[in-house]
Design a protein around this ligand. Structure first.
Ligand SMILES: *Cc1c(COP(=O)(O)O)cnc(C)c1O
Length: 276
């Protein structure tokens, strides 16, 4: 089971758990037996888990691709309890929100809810290709050497890069800086863009920030790229996703927000220009 607006990847198994039809459709049939429940709808999730047919529940503590939506503590705790009751595994996908992105080493830390399995990838080797599944001792006991593998898995070069990245993230003060810069950035964006009638919400945790618009974000993202600010869209294409490098400086954040690059782009964007 996974949730609406989730993104778990584009390999055939993870694709079956990724809700966006556009990603799944070209590769169908994908792995059968997956089901989607509305993100945040604990009552519905509980019902499905209690059916006894769910082996595992996959959830992003903060949805990235889906539009920068943070789970509530109640939701994750409720999933934990329902999984325990039904004998299902709880899997946190922290590929995008983990490893310091939210200001915590793990995004789920702030909720005090623990998964049985956690997936990591994207920033782990700072850009080199790596993917990891961390499992509890109990889960590990069900997997034996040689049960599952991959040709390049555990390669020493990439693993060394991952260890170097982990060292950097765990340096004293590093995560506190991420939190501080994230707060500063959100405040800057609220000051500079909050008054724009197309901006519905500015949200996020640490350095994963979303700006929800009431118009498509694509033209704004393109205009920002021309101005030297590299952004992404998210959600239903109406959210600007800002996930700067964790080592970004306050000055660079100011360049993105305070020197009005975002604001100017918002003004230049054809669908938005008239009202700015
Ligand atoms: C990027 C990402 C993945 C992995 O996606 P691939 O397209 O398979 O590389 C998995 N989960 C989340 C939350 C992601 O953001």
């Amino acid at each position: 089971m996974s949730f609406t607006n989730c993104f778990h990847g584009r390999t055939i198994g993870s694709l079956a758990l990724t809700s966006k039809v556009q990603y799944r459709e070209p590769f169908e049939p994908v792995m059968p037996g997956s089901t989607f429940v509305e993100y945040g709808n604990l009552e519905e999730a509980k019902k499905v888990i209690q059916s006894g047919k769910i082996a595992a529940v996959f959830v992003e503590p903060v949805q990235g691709e889906g539009g920068i939506h943070s789970a509530t503590k109640e939701f994750l705790q409720g999933l934990r309890d329902a999984c325990d009751e039904a004998g299902a595994l709880l899997v946190f996908d922290e590929v995008q929100c983990g490893l310091g992105r939210t200001g915590y080493l793990w995004a789920h830390e702030v909720y005090g809810v623990l998964p049985d399995i956690m997936t990591l990838a994207k920033p782990l080797a700072n850009g080199l290709p790596i993917g990891v599944a961390l499992v509890t001792e109990k889960v590990a006991a069900a997997i034996h050497y040689g049960d599952h593998g991959t040709t390049f898995g555990g390669g020493p070069f990439v693993c060394h890069a991952a260890l170097a990245t982990l060292d950097k993230i765990q340096k004293p003060g590093f995560l506190a800086e991420v939190t501080k810069k994230g707060e500063y950035f959100k405040q800057l964006l609220k000051t500079k863009l909050g008054g724009n009638p197309h901006v519905k919400e500015i949200r996020g945790a640490g350095l994963i920030v979303g700006i929800e618009l009431d118009v498509p974000a694509g033209p704004l993202v393109d205009a920002c790229l021309d101005a030297g600010v590299f952004l992404l869209t998210a959600g239903k294409g109406n959210v600007v996703r800002l996930v700067p490098a964790l080592i970004v400086s306050e000055k660079e954040l100011e360049q993105a927000a305070e020197e009005h690059q975002l604001r100017r782009s918002l003004a230049r964007t054809p669908t938005m220009g008239a009202t700015v």
